[in-house]
Design a protein around this ligand. Structure first.
Ligand code: ZN
Length: 107
């Protein structure tokens, strides 16, 4: 899995998103990583580039998941607190990440 380090683009407006100022973030938001917001008025799209600790948490989920007793990737994703998953791209990356794991276990 490769996590994008480029400035994310709004999927609706196709414009570069702006890195959110840390001063208006909760401790949890800061912990999760770098948040980007669309600058268009009334657009609420935001993207999260996961922090190292959040990526570690994904890895932890991967390490503790048991196949085939817990084959449902959806269930694993559901167990990640919802505020971590705010963007479809992030969800997509998590799904890809977890499905790699499932494939590996099936070998
Ligand atoms: Zn937008």
């Amino acid at each position: 899995m490769t996590l994008s380090v480029k400035t994310p683009k709004c999927k609706v407006h196709k414009c570069d998103m702006r890195l959110r100022s840390k001063s208006h973030q909760t401790a949890e938001q800061k912990w999760c990583g770098a948040w980007y917001d669309c600058l268009e008025p009334s657009c609420n799209n935001s993207t999260l580039i996961p922090s190292k600790p959040l990526q570690e948490l994904y890895k932890e989920h991967m390490a503790t998941a048991q196949y085939p007793t817990k084959p449902d990737v959806g269930e694993l994703i559901m167990s990640i607190p919802p505020h971590f998953i705010v963007d479809r791209d992030v969800v997509q990356e998590v799904i890809e990440f977890l499905s790699l794991f499932v494939k590996q276990k099936q070998r």
